[in-house]
Design a protein around this ligand. Structure first.
Ligand code: NAP
Length: 272
């Protein structure tokens, strides 16, 4: 089974943009609540602190699921594998459970970083590999370029953004999606519909949003610094949104409503 759908890994705790005591404290609460899957990246500059927190947790290695992501600056023969070794050293791990290409390379030639990603897996630096911020065409190309299964394409996914093209590509290629900006960094709370639907299930707006994502077949990454929100975001497995309510939420999605805009990431590909 795909690693993001094993155990509690469908719910991953994201670490961006946390650092220092805020990161440590949030990870302690997250683990206490039940999270075992944690997401970091070279680009976040917090792998060492994430590693410190993981070590402090003292949990059995095989119960943890640690994702990190390679910075596009390291997509060269010379830099890629050493950068992954440096990530593992900072994380104080022998291997990453999941290693992702954080962004498609600028210019779009995905063949080299995918080859290097596969090499990292073959060398035992990562148990699973995948991609992030890939377009539908890149997903189709990637599936043909590698001999291994790509366990995810981690992308912006929430009910304010229509991602039907990527959902179709996921079904076609067998590369599942995982969400970031799952509550659209709070934008979803400006829309009363999620809270209204939640009343019918005894759940909050955030829980409805996260459950909708899961019912789309997408695993979730969430980040919060507050215990109540960390608990709420984990507590989304004991209800099912009806098809009628799913359709009401589907109707909220818009083309191009992005949190991670071109201003924030000028290196982003031309989105579907
Ligand atoms: N692959 C990529 O390119 C990429 C890009 C962005 C993010 N990510 C990953 O995805 C993770 C999650 O994405 P994100 O943090 O950008 O967006 P997000 O989860 O949509 O938003 C996080 C914000 O929402 C608030 N929040 C979270 N749960 C809440 C709840 N139940 N009720 C009310 N407010 C809530 C948090 O505030 P409080 O602290 O006040 O709760 C925080 O400010 C990141 O941490 C990172 O690991 C990946």
């Amino acid at each position: 089974m795909n690693i993001y759908f094993q155990g509690t890994n469908q719910r991953t705790f994201g670490t961006f943009p946390l650092t220092g005591a805020e990161l440590r404290d949030a990870m302690m609460v997250a683990a206490e609540v039940g999270y075992r899957s944690f997401d970091t990246a070279q680009m976040y500059g917090n792998e060492a602190e994430t590693g410190d927190a993981v070590a402090e947790l003292g949990l059995a290695r095989d119960t943890l699921c640690i994702t990190t992501k390679v910075h596009p600056d390291n997509y060269t023969e010379a830099a890629f594998l050493p950068s992954v070794e440096e990530s593992l050293s900072k994380l104080k791990l022998d291997y990453a459970d999941i290693l992702l290409l954080h962004w498609p390379p600028i210019g779009g030639d995905i063949a080299l970083p995918l080859k290097l990603l596969q090499q990292a897996q073959e060398k035992g630096l990562a148990r699973n590999v995948g991609v992030s911020n890939f377009t539908a065409q890149m997903m189709r190309d990637a599936a043909k370029l590698v001999d291994v299964s790509l366990v995810t394409n981690q992308i912006e996914f929430h009910p304010l953004l229509n991602q039907d093209v990527l959902l179709a590509a996921a079904a076609e290629t067998g590369i599942p999606l995982s969400s970031y900006c799952s509550v659209a960094r709070g934008e979803v709370f400006k829309h009363p519909v999620f809270g209204e639907i939640g009343e019918g299930y005894g759940k909050t707006a955030a829980q409805v949003v996260l459950r909708w994502i899961l019912q789309k077949g997408v695993s979730i990454n969430t980040m919060s610094t507050k215990r109540a929100n960390i608990e709420a975001n984990f507590d989304v497995m004991d209800f099912t949104i009806s098809s009628v309510d799913m359709a009401r939420i589907d109707a909220m999605t818009q083309t191009g409503f992005r949190i991670v805009t071109e201003d924030l990431v000028p290196w982003a590909p031309e989105w579907d």
